[in-house]
Design a protein. Structure first.
Length: 409
């Protein structure tokens, strides 16, 4: 079993900052924090750097190559909000220390012809290209429903087939430029959420408008995979969210892309450009562009209001595939962009980093990660500089460990 000691390093442990300490990795786990260097350990000099828990992207749509890209940016876990990496279909990823780990909702509850079908050009087939090897395991359960009874029936099938949590789409298409899109009604949303809770499953709602957010709140969801962008917040809706005790994954980078704001500034950063191929560079420099009437200042103000109210915020991006019509985003890189947006909204760098580490780990019951503490999984990111004071230093990747395995540079 390999033993590694990271010495003389500033530590952000997922909650607090500790100066000049030593963290020891044994095998897949963190053996100690603040103790001596064991005899025979490989020593990594952390002077001038900051050690962080591996970052968590709480909203993605992914594949094996994308998980590899994410890990190169220090993102060690991605939470899939629609896709195929359910519990019985990711064995090869579980053991691949060159790729980020993944959890998945499988397919979300939606109306037939509802979201996300409106995002794709006519004739486009989402998923792996023809001829690509399919993940092992049973086929994912489809979750198009029209009635409360159908929602109640499909949720146990999703859980039995390996969904780690249940996602519910509440979307009339107005933000995506398709008003009148088929949409679940309140009773069907209520039934799906109740069925999930009866099985002890976490529920996450896709909601891009205030009205959709209130539908999710009425149903009793545990959290939101987006922040509404159709209007500025008011005190009433912030108080409703606070009182419900839900988490919110704002995905500011996605809202910006919906408004036509590209990721050009991020793509121009050499720390990002050096890790992206042409397809991802082109995608990052593009945007969804469906909601140009939106105001990023309103979104940032809502983020700050929720934070000030004590609502748990999670870092997420809604990144998917390298296609320009789903642009403005790139796996791994956009997590760092989202951190910068959260700080721009008024969070401190430490508060933003918590939103990418300990907070999503706690809210998704990933008790083995998201913090740096003895006995936890050794998912770690070592960067030059101090992102706890200068958030953009999070991109200064020096080393990444996934389950204690050091990623080749």
């Amino acid at each position: 079993m390999t033993t590694t000691a990271i010495t003389h390093v500033r530590l952000f442990d997922g909650h607090d900052v500790v100066d000049d300490t030593t963290v020891v990795i044994e095998g897949h786990t963190i053996a100690s924090v603040g103790g001596p260097v064991p005899a025979g350990a490989e020593v990594v000099d952390g002077a001038g750097g900051t050690l962080l828990p591996g970052l968590i992207d709480a909203h993605v749509h992914t594949n094996h190559d994308a998980l590899r890209l994410a890990l190169r940016f220090g993102v060690t876990t991605e939470l899939e909000m629609q896709g195929t990496h359910t519990r019985d279909r990711r064995a090869e990823i579980d053991e691949d220390d060159t790729a980020a780990d993944v959890r998945s909702a499988g397919f979300g509850l939606t109306a037939p012809g509802g979201h996300p079908s409106e995002l794709f050009p006519e004739g486009f087939r989402p998923g792996p290209p023809p001829g690509a090897p399919a993940p092992s395991g049973p086929r994912p359960v489809q979750a198009e429903v029209t009635t409360p009874a159908e929602a109640t029936a499909v949720v146990p099938r999703l859980v039995d087939s390996g969904s780690d949590y249940i996602k519910v789409m509440i979307d009339d298409g107005s933000v995506e430029g398709h008003p009148g899109l088929p949409m679940l009604d309140q009773e069907t949303v209520d039934a799906g959420v109740a069925a999930a809770h009866a099985l002890g499953a976490l529920t996450v709602a896709h909601a891009l408008t205030v009205d959709a957010t209130r539908m999710g709140l009425q149903a009793g969801v545990d959290g939101f995979a987006h922040l509404f962008m159709d209007r500025p917040h008011d005190e009433a809706v912030v108080e409703e969210i606070r009182r419900a005790g839900v988490f919110v994954t704002p995905c500011v980078v996605l809202n910006a892309s919906m408004m036509g704001i590209t990721g050009d500034v991020l793509a121009d950063d050499p720390r990002v450009a050096s890790r992206l191929d042409e397809a991802w560079d082109t995608t990052l420099r593009s945007s969804f562009g469906h909601y140009p009437q939106g105001r990023i200042e309103d979104v940032l103000a809502t983020v700050k209001a929720l934070h000030d109210a004590g609502v748990d915020l999670l870092v997420g991006t809604d990144v998917s595939v390298p296609l320009p019509f789903m642009g403005g985003l790139a796996h791994g890189a956009s997590v760092h962009h989202e951190l910068q947006y959260l700080v721009r909204a008024g969070l401190t760098p430490v508060e933003a980093l918590r939103a990418a580490t300990s907070v999503p780990a706690r809210r998704f019951s990933l008790h083995d990660r998201g913090r740096v503490a003895a006995g936890l999984r050794a998912d770690l990111l070592l960067v030059d500089g101090d992102p706890t004071t200068t958030i953009s230093d999070s991109l200064n990747t020096r080393e990444v460990w996934r389950r204690g395995a050091r990623l080749a540079r």
